[in-house]
Design a protein. Sequence first.
Lengths: 675, 552
Amino acid sequence: MATRIGVDIGGTFTDLVYYVEETGETFEGKVPTVPHAPEEGVVHAVKAHVPPEVIENAAFFLHGTTVGLNALLERRGSVVGLITTEGFRDVLEIRRGDRAEMYNLFWKQPEPLVPRHRRIGVPERVMATGEVYKPLDEDAVRAALKLQVADNVDAIAVCLLNAFANPAHELRIEAILREEGYAGGISLSHRISGEFREYERTSTTVIDAFVRGRMANYLQRLDGRLRELGFKGASLITRSGSGSMTFAEAEARPFETIMSGPVGGAHGASELAQDLGIDALITADVGGTSFDTALVLHGAPQVLYEGSIDGMPVQTPWVDVRSIGAGGGSIAHVDLGGLMRVGPQSAGAVPGPAAYRKGGTEPTMTDAALYLGMLGPGRLASGIELDVAAAEAALKRVGEKLGQDVEATAIGVMRIAAAAMGGAMREVTVEQGLDPRGMVLLPFGGAGPLMAALLADELRMNTIVVPPFAGNFSAWGLLGADMVQSSARTRVMDLDEAGLVASGGILAQLFSEISSRTDARTDGVKSAKLDLRYKGQEHTLSVDVPLDGKGAFALSAEQVAELFIAAYLTTFGSRLPAKVEIVATRATYRVHLPKRQQKHIVTTGTGTGAVTETISAWSFLNKRRMSFDIVAREAIGTELRGPAIVTEATSTLYVDDGWVVSNGGHGELVLKRKV
Amino acid sequence: MAAIHDPVTFEIIQNSLAAVSDEMFAAMRKTAMSAIIYEVLDMGTGITDAVGEIASSGAGIPAFVGVLDKSVKAILKRHPLESIKPGDLFATNDPFYGGVTHLNDVILAMPVFAGDTIIAWTANIAHWNDMGGMVPGGMSTDAYELFQEGLRLPAVKLISEGVPNQALMDVMVVNSRLPDFLKGDMWAGIAAARLGDRRLKELATKYGRDTFIAAMANFMDYGEQRTLAGLRALPKGTYSFAEEQDDGLIYKVSIEITEDKFIVDLTDNPDQVKGPTNASVDGVMIAAQMALKAVTDPSLTANGGTFRPIVLKTRHGSVFDPKEPAAHGFYYEVEMRVFDVMLRCLAQAMPDHMAAGHFASICGTVIGGPHPDTGRFFTIVEPQMGGWGARKGRDGNSAIFSGFHGETFNCPAEIAEARYGLDVRCLELNPLPGGEGQWRGGRGIRLDYVARADNNFLTVGYSRARILPWGVAGGRDGTGNYVEVIRTSGEVTKHAFATGVVLNTGDVVRVQTSCGAGYGPPSERAPESIRADLLDGYLTPERAEEVYGFKP
């Protein structure tokens, strides 16, 4: 009962991977994305690639989407009204007063999602302790509703000051709105985030209200179309903070899915890390316009508790995936001071790199790689023949501005792109106090395998694992997503026995709240984290605290403090003579999906080692051109020594001199530096 | 190993310098003890080359970027090269010894050695809550000598070859009203400087010392090229401007723009004043640097080379180049004012480019006293947000921090209430009339703090209280910055520049910051924009009729 279908919608392609329980086989497919109706792209992919009997038998449909994100970025969402504490209606517009570009006196602040006339304050006040200072003026709530309805709102967000400490007034407002006959969406801040900082919580609540209608529509349409195709299983969507949730729960808590897009890759990396026994790996997902990187430690991605979209904060768990605007389509240009830059502008799929001959004339990373021979002869799976002469002409124009020949220009493009990507990889490792040199690099996405050797050089890494389905790996990763629910609450207390008991009480409440949500399950595993800090500091570290069989803390306050001190030492390299305090309690409930059998369609170690042809390509190790063997992935025998170019359906692997490739046990290729 | 002059290696090293600056910034922010550092981000981090030219700086306050280089240069001036050893760390806060700003801003700087050669410095600056002085928090509008503003650290060694100078640290600790905060913030700064030191050593090892040094030098040249490209696009000539200040002084500037120089002449200005509104010549240089940056290249690149084209002329003994022991507590208001004068001066050269006046004050607000719940002494030190001026084609921004701030964040009400002994009753855009025009200024804020205990005190240092943000091309002036203290008796007093105003339980401190000024005649404003402002409550119907002649 665990046949499953995973579909990941990207900017250009909708990727599909499915797994059949009976045979243990995995298959992949790709169709063009349908931007105006993404669910149709999903349906096309399923129809084109999945046999009807597999659809009927599938237990799970797993999905990663940018529908919510795009609604936000394009400002196409519900008409939202906000009800807030009197005196604080402008929190959403004032933000935190910062200016993103510090030298730019002409910077323009972003438009708030809710204009001032739909932000209405009502008399009421709860203090940080939860004590009610001023009772709720219920008539003012009714009056506010009239104004909102007159303004044709589709959704109402309610965010009152200190509601995380006592939600009574928010709950009463919800009740009044319903009593008065309001039938639209309501988002209450304390249900969305139990954490302090009023601007961040208001922003999250408003975003939830803004994407709610669109997300519900999309999920209902998609689910309906899947049912038409004969699907009878459970539909799941990935959460920004890892794991997945049912469509029904996603409709109730849409803000949790905003960053579901890049999470599939991090999941896949986690599953592979567990299967292969890799303790620490760094992902490198290189697409057409962007580069995503994440750290996977002990088989799990790193999770942060606040993210930001287009300058708007979102207080929700968030897999720490760092993105920069660098990918195969990134354009090389010369800036004001005479330095070459690569990206963030991208040629995208249209007009595309110059070598595509679809109208692009500016040189991209793909053009540089092609010119240097790194893409082999340049025949893509989609049937496009890349044009080296067009790439050369485009590179030449930029090189002339720098007084460099084409070769030097192309090398520069690759190194600058690699350095920028390396910088993002440093953020998730070195800047967390972790040394990447002993870690494994996991490249995927269309151009990941192409960049792998250069990225390994950037961080002086010595092992690269190229996963199976490298070009579709994000969709593959969706197939292993567990179902996860989580909740958190801020309450600042000393970390002593009394504090831990109080925190334990909050934990029990959080678990009970999770179990009262839509589609709650009872067959899961509980876990908890505490946000801790030295007294006097503001910033916290989240520490995993083990639970006993009943879901209560299994450690003493002193033992928890020791965990914190060890984590602080790793992160900041010091310990302080100050007391420790609890800031927030976090509960997570995880239902494991049945594990996939470990069998993949890629053959292992049986290839002939046949070299189909050779090409003159640039070796970054030797700083000169050399003859590279061109080898098909399935032809790799027990060992392949670089320099070589390995071709497969959805990506090309560049193996510099100095690397040795072998087949791993799960369909992956393992590259190690020659000692 | 010989230097490799390869543009790509250079760029990689240069990007790494930025990454290291940011990494120091993040580490310091996360480990600091004071909200003004970790929440408001009144701090900065940076790297200079061996002789103290700024190479890179972390995010944060643009006005702090130009401080660290001057501090390192002052340290080098005071300490012979042979006396500076690996593991040393220096501290300065004194504007007469490379401290640039005021005594609350403590700069920590550490030489980075490759072998026995200094290849760079890592440094940071942060507002330490209390360095002693005549009033809590150090800044008093009544001060007339630097000695009254806190303990002076004249570019001294705080750590010698890795060993802390315990005697000096003890002196610093006992001179502070908030010794725990001082210790916490000091060690956060030390850890950040040491972190940067480790990273730079790794870079020099990876690429070779000479390549590293060459890459820094190349980066400076690159910064200069960017500025020169911007200068070439500006109209050449000499422009002058004079403006009266709240205290009646007249500030004058003359700026000459040539093909490769930006000459700022401040010689003809008033004598230094007796109060704390003087700025060091280093501090005034920062205003010139920011003005140059704004008109040539607002990108994030800023290093020693960027500012090479500046020539600054001042008169020793003037308010912009005072003699010891002039008080400096509110130096930043002086820098902001002279920065405004420079922008207004430059507006003559590029009238369509520059904006109308903004609220342009740090609006530093200090409230302190016994905490009602614990009885322990607390202080909240907050800059305020305000409205910015309109420019041709666009209304001004509402409620952001002044031009001297950048990535600066306000303290959320939910945090302020949980941490300090006061309530926050209101934070919203204020509806005060002003700043109208074809394009209108952004709104200032109204922020109400309520005292929860007796015998709290309030100190404010707001400028642009009397002389308002200037309208351009027929646009109306903005309003002024001020604070009202509303007593439980109903009595109201108004303040802009005051120290030690006593607050008792229930008294309200109402901060009202200015709206920005307008651009173009109000009669030209589009009716749909007026209607939108009415709908959103940024404008009253009476004012709409009075200023715009608008009847719905």
